[in-house]
Design a binder for this molecule. Structure first.
Ligand code: FRU
Length: 565
């Protein structure tokens, strides 16, 4: 696990207790729910308070909040529409009664500061991010009810990791997203860690009704023990936790992130699950017992009762397993096994075990792309992946974002089959103004062919033949991308990767958004996502060459529109 800005790390079970002297044991506030939201003033870094909502005498699992003692940095919200007319009580343990943040909590029909949502200075304009709070992993990627669903690890009440909920967004096209109400909130079994979603076409689970297949979410409840659970929906909007949870009991502490798929040849469900074992032989840097990381394969005929089939070593959290077609003769398919850092193996899956046919291969080549997963029931028979982009948004009321939706394929290379990623064609709907060049020969010191391009959100595509010693240098939005034909290497903001010429050509695609730059080289075999911060003033993009002429077969740039209204 990368502990990038995750507060105290992933097992936030124990809170620092506040000194209890002179403080009331319990602070309470009460309302009759009559408006849309309960609004909480948050100051990042303020003392953490544990706050519980009690409805009809039933206490929900607590959330940890940094309630602002003075002027808040931002306001968090909890949608209370479904509680209208009920008496709702907030409780906090060990909170000074005069705590200003506590007193400032109130109902409202608007998200405070909501008029600016999607227009903020660092808001990604064509990548999904939560309206408020923190996001990490994409969860439950599924096409259901005619729309794409993107659930996500969400802290609605903090700028950093914590209080894991499943946030929810929907889209007709993977580009334009509408954020919906939280799908899963923490409960007595724990906070809601990562997992997946499937349409149960044959109603094997019995959770469907009236011939309509349910959408079933399979998630980790991160309590002690840590277990795997189900929730279901019949309308793609409201979610009910299965009364028989958990469906998989704990194998080892920390086991998590079930990714489930239908395996047609045996007409059964297959789950891949991260299971780590303490390994006394392996020592970590501090001399403490190390860990042996495995992916466990389980199967089920009804999503409720699961049996272990096999296990494979060498992969950490957030596994995914999927087939990809082989193009050309004789066709067929291969299976890909991957996990959070996106390294992968290609091989066979026989219904019970994964049989690797490669060693572990390097996945993405940038920084901060993590915990990706692929869609179930993609209608266009593609395999679409979205990853968490660890791109901070300092000073904003939200933090982090998602990668572009990526279409995966297997491609033959001189080294063997490799995984390629390309941006989905739906993104072309964002193109606004175009600049086009072809058969352009650029000399060192030549005129910048992108000099007329204006815009902050850009897509750039170049197909070029560099002379033997040439360096082709692109600068976009303050980022620098260099293709070195001598070394056959691509360097994105200092991050260097091998990218061999293809029949003398290099083909690059760039997408620049406010906090991310994604570069695709070698027709997607090299994917370099990078977190960035925009320059203070807009800069004109440029292409320059050094050491020899470069021939551009095509050089295109588009100014992109925001995906938000
Ligand atoms: C990956 C991860 C998952 C876990 C989730 C918790 O980033 O650590 O393993 O389920 O985040 O938010």
């Amino acid at each position: 696990m990368k502990n990038i800005m995750r507060g105290t790390g992933w097992l936030m079970a124990v809170l620092p207790e506040q000194a209890g002297v002179g403080l009331p044991a319990k602070a309470t506030r009460q309302w009759v729910a009559s408006e849309r939201y309960l609004l909480f003033p948050i100051k990042n870094g303020a003392p953490k308070q544990r706050v519980r909502l009690v409805v009809d005498g039933q206490a929900e699992a607590p959330n940890v909040m940094e309630l602002a003692p003075g002027t808040p940095d931002w306001w968090a919200f909890r949608d209370i529409t479904e509680l209208r007319g009920k008496t709702i009580t907030l409780e906090a343990d060990n909170l000074p009664a005069d705590n200003a943040g506590w007193q400032a909590i109130r109902q409202g029909n608007e998200i405070k500061g909501g008029e600016d949502i999607y227009r903020e200075r660092l808001r990604p304009q064509f990548h999904f991010s939560a309206r408020r709070g923190w996001n990490n992993d994409p969860n439950g990627l599924a096409f259901y009810g005619g729309e794409y669903h993107l659930f996500f690890q969400h802290n609605p009440y903090g700028w950093s990791w914590g209080n894991m909920h499943w946030g929810h967004a929907t889209s007709p096209d993977l580009v334009h997203w509408s954020e919906q109400a939280e799908a899963l909130r923490p409960d007595a079994l724990g906070t809601m860690y990562s997992g997946s979603a499937v349409t149960d076409w044959n109603n094997t689970s019995g959770l469907g009704q009236g011939g309509k297949p349910p959408l079933v979410l399979i998630y980790t409840a991160a309590g002690n023990p840590m277990t795997q659970c189900l929730a279901y929906s019949r309308d793609g909007r409201s979610f009910t936790k299965y009364a028989g949870n958990p469906v998989v009991t704990q194998f080892t502490p920390g086991n998590r992130d079930p990714k489930v798929r239908w395996y047609e040849p045996a007409r059964k469900w297959v789950m891949v699950l991260y299971v780590g074992y303490a390994d006394p032989v392996k020592k970590d840097a501090m001399g403490k017992p190390g860990r042996r990381d495995t992916i466990r394969f389980l199967s089920s005929t009804d999503l409720k009762s699961w049996q272990t089939m096999s296990e494979i070593e060498g992969f950490y959290e957030c596994p995914d397993l999927f087939p990809l077609p082989l193009t050309g003769d004789p066709g067929g398919e291969k299976w890909v096994l991957t996990a959070a850092n996106s390294d992968y193996m290609i091989g066979r899956f026989d219904g019970t075990a994964f049989i690797p046919e490669t060693s572990k291969l390097a996945g993405q080549r940038g920084e901060g792309f993590y915990a990706a997963q692929t869609y179930s029931d993609e209608p266009k028979q593609r395999r679409i992946q979205i990853g968490w982009m660890q791109a901070p948004a300092p000073g904003m009321a939200f933090n982090q974002t998602m990668s572009l939706p990526l279409e995966l394929s297997l491609r033959a290379t001189p080294e063997g089959l490799r995984l390629a990623r390309l941006p989905v064609p739906e993104l072309e709907s964002l193109r606004q103004k175009a600049w086009h060049h072809e058969a352009l020969s650029l000399q060192p010191g030549g005129v910048n062919p992108l000099a007329k391009v204006r815009g902050e959100l850009l897509e750039v595509r170049a197909d070029f033949e560099p002379g033997a010693a040439a360096e082709t240098v692109f600068t976009v939005n303050g980022a620098t991308v260099v293709y070195d034909a001598d070394q056959q290497e691509l360097t994105v903001n200092g991050k260097r990767n091998r990218a061999p010429l293809m029949a003398g050509h290099e083909r690059l695609i760039f997408y620049t958004d406010r906090t991310t730059l994604e570069v695709f080289a070698n027709d997607g075999l090299v994917y370099v996502p990078m977190p960035v911060l925009p320059p203070a003033n807009q800069v004109v993009p440029a292409v320059t060459v050094k050491g020899g002429a470069v021939k551009f077969d095509t050089l295109d740039a588009w100014r992109l529109k925001s995906a938000w209204k």
